[in-house]
Design a protein around this ligand. Structure first.
Ligand code: ADP
Ligand code: ZN
Ligand code: ZN
Length: 742
């Protein structure tokens, strides 16, 4: 039998850069090294034009499409071992392909900023050490008159080697000034050395672990049984039904199998609570990754995962690319949350979908947890692609909250609060309950109106009204951030102006007047700029220091408040008649999530929805059959209209300073698409808010019955878009599986 001939050895190194290029670049290996001695996954410095750039090796080749004689050489090789493992690189390339984003940008996007810039992947730390000169000086007693310097030198002499800055800090807090003096005399030197210290493990005493309910136990064993292959399990249960307890138990099993675990959460605000529960249960080091970290902290967390020191990574969207070495389980909490989808800038990926792909490529179980799973997810359950695990009962509670509608057309209101809701609040507060008032709008009022001439304060850069912020005495645009003084008089006729409509700030004012004896807290992006602020407000409510909580969407994330017995939803109608086909889903999820915050042992919570459309089928469905009934109905509607998940969509968004430029580009894009088989193109149309921050926004919608048709089309179309002359006059982005329709 003939052996196939050995392939010729690779001579070319293929490198991607953190730039909007579709292809990898070819380089020759550095002098004295073979191409494969520069392994896939390491960073290199390469010449690009007349500059140098940091690149990452993605492959090797035996020949280049370019003239080999003209290829440049790789400069410095920055890493000894790959930063990205082969499976992780494969996931990143899949992400780049699926979302049609330049692969180099996707790959570098998975690295912390210092690594993108070429910093060492090994944790380096400043160390101080005595020089020979210093040792001689010490022996000769030359520094007796400077006690601090003497102390430091003696300490270094005792260590007989370099001492890390953190250790010096502990022993001699003002070591730096002494060190400076020693270095000027040549008696000591600073070195950057690898710090091998492991991240701190937790040693907190473990709290008692509850015995699982039957449903929890069934869920844990189903996840356990899935180990060793790809399975997507949907853990569906209301807030407080014990999902987190199920996560904790399955994580425990994975750790016992010596596997690492990745846990994704939608918001930074949720991470501290989850981290607290995980670190109370496990002693292994946990790395936390979210957008609120400083570069150094993010790098440290990334390294801990990469070096195999952190066994659990808990993080938001971008943590889906965490470099865990022995990943054995992925958990996505609140999987329906739209913040898993990158909505602006960069590669518009869905971290949930990428997580499912990661589990599939690596052959692992993944758990998607939610009280209100996305319709896509429920559809996958119906198609038996995903397996549902239900936690129908609240683990710590007797009854689910009761939901009822308040007809705003027949009820007197005070600043947006119906008399019925006010009476209910009185009753619950008198009965020792807490109350949550939900309104999805921050600020004092959404409109500033002149009652004489009808003038409304506009944003000059957007098709939006300015929102009144009374506390700050400002008018602000919630779309572009425009900010100006709050006028007393109409800009057109000079008559007095007045705020119209409600925001959280005004509701707070009204409630303070109605319930002067009660403590009240407000939670929105104005009162909680940082996650720790939000946490402080939630703690105040949990500890009963605030009896009434007024808040926006922020209250629907995270804590379950067992002492809240009444929830009032002020504007349930937002989303009932929106042009966005996903609006009803979001509304139903919000209502169920807000409702789920309430209720305590043996006493069901009460939820009141204020609406002007009490007969609306969506509200009726939710009322009679809960989220399940709503979802079943909504999926039928999606099927009839050929909306996702019964079709696939991509949105080409563009903006420019002139309307004509945007439309020119989108028209050209549409023409270049030709007559694509099995594909519908809709548009160009203006975005729902066409003018934003002084730019005109418009879009072209692509829809296809199947994923493959759409993907195949996009693959040949995106390069054509890049080549369009009109593309250079606009900002454009392709959004595959868009969440928002504008
Ligand atoms: P979820 O993540 O679905 O909101 P949690 O796991 O946080 O639910 O559980 C809600 C509360 O019930 C927590 O205080 C938790 O400690 C408690 N709990 C969970 N499972 C059990 C159980 N089997 N027995 C008793 N208490 C439980
Ligand atoms: Zn006026
Ligand atoms: Zn604006």
């Amino acid at each position: 039998m003939n052996q196939p001939p050995d392939p010729p050895p690779a001579t070319i190194v293929r490198v991607v850069l953190d730039r909007p290029l579709r292809a990898a670049l070819d380089y020759l290996p550095p002098d004295g090294r073979g191409a494969i001695e520069v392994p896939v996954g390491v960073r290199v410095r390469v010449p690009v034009g007349r500059a140098q750039a940091v690149g990452l090796v993605v492959g090797h080749a035996t020949e280049s499409a370019l003239d080999t004689a003209r290829l440049k050489r790789v400069g410095e090789v920055l890493d000894e071992t790959p930063l990205l493992s082969a499976p992780l690189l494969e996931l990143l390339r899949w992400t780049a392909d699926y979302y049609h984003h330049p692969p180099g940008e996707v790959i570098f996007g998975a690295l912390p900023a210092p690594l993108r810039a070429g910093a060492s992947a090994l944790p380096l730390e400043e160390h101080l050490q005595l020089t020979t000169l210093g040792a001689t000086a010490l022996a000769a007693g030359e520094c007796r008159r400077a006690p601090r310097q003497l102390e430091l030198m003696e300490m270094l002499a005792r260590a007989a080697g370099p001492v890390a800055a953190t250790d010096l800090q502990l022993m001699l807090p003002d070591w730096r000034s002494a060190a400076r003096a020693l270095r000027t005399r040549g008696w000591a030197e600073l070195l950057e050395l690898t710090n091998e210290a492991a991240p701190t493990a937790n040693a907190a005493p473990a709290p008692p672990v509850p015995a699982l309910t039957d449903e929890q136990a069934a869920a844990v064993s189903a996840i356990d049984a899935a180990t060793g292959g790809f399975v997507c399990l949907v853990l569906q249960g209301a807030t407080g039904s014990g999902k987190t307890e199920v996560y904790l138990r399955t994580v425990e099993r994975a750790l016992q199998r010596h596997q690492d675990v990745l846990v994704l959460v939608p918001e930074i605000g949720l991470t501290p609570q989850l981290v607290e529960r995980f670190s109370a249960r496990f002693t292994v080091p946990i790395a936390v990754m979210h957008s609120g970290l400083a570069d150094g902290e993010r790098l440290a967390a990334w390294r801990d995962a990469w070096r195999g020191m952190a066994r659990i990574v808990i993080g938001t969207r971008s943590a889906v690319f965490a470099p865990l070495q022995r990943l054995g389980l992925i958990i996505v909490d609140e999987e329906h949350d739209s913040s898993f989808k990158q909505q602006e800038g960069g590669c518009r990926y869905s971290a949930r979908d990428v997580a499912v792909r990661r589990a599939q490529l690596a052959g692992l179980p993944i758990v998607l947890g939610s009280a209100t799973p996305a319709l896509e997810t429920l559809h996958n359950v119906a198609q038996q692609r995903y397996q549902r695990l239900a936690l129908p009962r609240r683990a710590d509670q007797a009854a689910a909250p009761t939901l009822s509608l308040i007809d705003l057309r027949t009820q007197p209101t005070q600043a947006g609060l119906s008399q019925f809701a006010i009476d209910a609040m009185r009753r619950h507060l008198a009965d020792d309950g807490q109350v949550l008032v939900f309104i999805n709008r921050r600020g004092y009022a959404p409109t500033l109106l002149c009652t004489a001439c009808g003038w409304i304060a506009p944003c000059h850069a957007c098709d939006a009204r300015m929102t009144v912020h009374r506390g700050a005495d400002r008018l602000r645009c919630h779309y572009c951030g425009a900010d100006e003084p709050l006028p007393q008089r109409c800009a057109r006729c000079g008559f007095a102006v007045k705020p119209v409509g409600q925001g959280t700030e005004r509701i707070e004012e009204t409630l303070r007047a109605l319930f002067p004896e009660q403590t009240l807290a407000r939670l929105d992006r104005d009162t909680a700029r940082r996650p720790s602020d939000a946490e402080a407000v939630m703690q105040a409510v949990l500890e009963g220091r605030a009896r009434i909580l007024v808040g926006t969407q922020m209250v629907t994330k995270g804590h379950h408040f067992p002492e809240i017995t009444l929830v009032v939803v002020l504007n349930a109608d937002q989303g009932l008649f929106s042009g966005d086909f996903r609006a009803p889903e979001r509304l139903a999820q919000t209502i169920v999530q807000v409702a789920g915050r309430a209720g305590r042992e043996l006493r069901a919570g009460e939820v009141l929805l204020q609406t002007e459309y009490p007969e609306h089928p969506l509200l009726q469905n939710l009322l009679s059959g809960g989220y399940e009934a709503f979802a079943a109905d909504a999926l039928k509607e999606r099927a009839a209209a050929h909306w996702p998940p019964f079709s696939r969509m991509a949105l080409l968004r563009a903006s420019a300073t002139s309307h004509a430029q945007v439309i020119d580009f989108l028209d050209a894009a549409r023409r270049s698409a030709g007559q694509a088989q099995g594909l519908r193109l809709l548009g160009p149309v203006d975005a729902m808010m066409a003018r934003r921050a002084g730019r005109h926004h418009a879009q072209l919608l692509l829809e296809s019955a199947g994923r493959t048709t759409l993907q195949r089309f996009l693959q040949q179309w995106v390069p054509q878009l890049e080549a369009l002359p009109s593309a250079r006059r606009v900002r454009w982005a392709l959004d595959v599986d868009p969440l928002a329709a504008d």
